[in-house]
Design a binder for this molecule. Structure first.
Ligand code: PMP
Length: 464
């Protein structure tokens, strides 16, 4: 039996938790939740309380919890050879096999895979590859990287700077220089009255072009974006967005980095978000679904076009001088191979398309007529409900009311984890791709009860 009080006390004293109000935690105003076991879409804490995980951890446990075949693959590799590095052409069978399948699966014309441990470090690598590529091509000024407002690319130094959410920057001296920002393609929030989705997408592409021209095309190296904007609000792109954006990038020789950390491996209903939207990226970042988070692993996938320049430069510049102790860790590779076997065998991308359509239908039925719901949106097994004080004016609630956080908490009180997105009053859903229709029904009905409860409170406060 777990000694809950002892663990809580140790944790409170010693763990620096991400995204936690430090003082509330230190003084005991907030308690830890000690997670203990998981099976399928459900996870249990040390008190025995069971939750439906409507967010797959952090959009990552795509195959669900407790898949013993992955645990066994990890154990097999650990018994055989827990570690060797991949510097100077050392490899393992699992690593070579994983890389071969990733190059074949990935969107665009990919050539090589570099491995890290998190989405953040993989995007950090992408930035260095952009700079390296343009140095090697004799374009030393072509280095700026454009990202989007509300884009999320991690929280390390360069990746955190590419993230377009200010609370990742404040008090931490970010963003660093050389990172530019362009508009978010959120039609519901950004469109002019009467504007079509195509026209709105064109306006965003025109803004991108104007930014590149204003900065000087010879100074802009890359554009980074998630196929579907994730942490910034789970926002699928409007019609025509990606073809119009790519036309601009091609015109000015600006590389496209597709950040597939959330979208990759079936989340959107296609194997990659890039496939769904016809994107032809030069660099692809993956993490999360690559191992379904059973162990940490990320990858920066590099196109033939970029790799050819890198290889060609070898006599001049020597070896590729970038790598981590854990790049290509054999246990990560073994886990990824076991996870991708499941993704392929169970057609999780196809499942995600089918169940995602069901999820959207259920969410629309539950929420579209609700007076505090402005938009229900999503694609595949990624969905969001955005709450507003006034539907006609699309007016947001006073942030002090913390509507999104309250709804998420009300769901949690009913044993459903659905995430209050960090920007605005948005409830996010990104369940394991193996979630059944019956479990979707259960999830949506709990979410509805949570929204109804908070609506009643707001009504009694005269906030609606
Ligand atoms: N890119 C995207 C699109 C992400 O959603 C995330 C994580 N939510 C990251 C990068 C960063 O990944 P990590 O937290 O593993 O560093």
């Amino acid at each position: 039996m777990t000694n809950i009080a002892e663990i809580a006390e140790m944790d409170r004293r010693t763990v620096l938790h991400p995204f936690t109000y430090l003082k509330d935690y230190a003084t005991g105003d907030a308690d830890p939740t000690i997670m203990e076991t998981g099976k399928g879409v459900r996870i249990q804490d040390a008190t025995g309380r069971e939750y439906i995980d409507g967010f797959a951890g952090l959009y990552c446990v795509n195959i669900g919890y407790g898949r013993t075949e992955v645990a066994e693959a990890i154990a097999r590799q650990a018994y055989k050879l827990a570690y060797y590095h991949s510097y100077a052409a050392h490899t393992t069978e699992e690593l070579a096999r994983l890389s071969d399948r990733l190059v074949k699966m990935a969107p665009g014309n990919m050539s090589k895979v570099f491995y890290g441990l998190s989405g953040s470090d993989a995007n950090e690598t992408q930035a260095k590859i952009v700079w390296y590529y343009n140095n090697l091509r004799g374009k030393p000024l072509k280095k700026k990287i454009i990202s989007r407002e509300r884009g999320y690319h991690g929280c390390s130094v360069v990746a955190g700077s590419m993230t377009g959410l200010s609370f990742y920057h404040e008090h931490m001296d970010l963003p660093v220089s050389g990172i530019l920002r362009t508009g978010v393609p959120h039609f519901y929030r950004g469109a002019h009255p009467g504007e079509t989705e195509e026209a709105f997408s064109q306006r965003r592409a025109d803004e991108l072009e104007a930014l590149i021209i204003a900065e000087g095309p010879d100074t802009v190296g890359a554009f980074i974006a998630e196929p579907v904007l994730g942490t910034g609000g789970i926002t699928p792109p409007p019609d025509g967005y990606w073809p119009k954006i790519q036309a601009v990038l091609q015109k000015y020789d600006v590389l496209l980095i597709a950040d597939e950390v959330i979208c990759g491996f079936g989340r959107t209903g296609a194997m990659f978000g890039s496939h769904l939207y016809g994107m032809e990226p030069d660099l692809v970042t993956v993490a999360k679904g690559l191992t379904s988070a059973y162990v940490p692993l990320s990858a920066s996938i590099v196109s033939q076009k970029i790799y050819d320049v890198m290889e060609e430069a070898t006599p001049r510049v020597g070896s590729f001088s970038h790598g981590y102790t854990y790049s290509g860790h054999p246990i990560g590779a073994a886990a990824a191979n076991a996870v991708l076997d499941i993704v392929e065998r169970e057609d999780l991308a196809g499942q995600s398309a089918k169940k995602g359509a069901y999820l959207m239908m259920r969410l629309k039925a539950a929420f579209e007529q609700n007076p505090i719901v402005g938009e229900v949106r999503g694609v595949g097994m990624l969905a969001a409900v955005e709450f507003v004080a006034d539907r006609g004016k699309k007016a947001a609630f006073d942030p002090a009311l913390k509507v999104g956080a309250r709804i998420s908490q009300a769901a949690r009180n009913r044993n459903l984890i659905a995430r209050a997105m960090p920007h605005g009053d948005i409830l996010g859903f990104a369940p394991p791709l193996i979630m059944t229709e019956a479990e979707i029904d259960e999830m949506v009905s709990i979410a509805k009860a949570a929204v109804d409860e908070v609506f009643k409170e707001l009504d009694s406060q005269d906030a609606v």
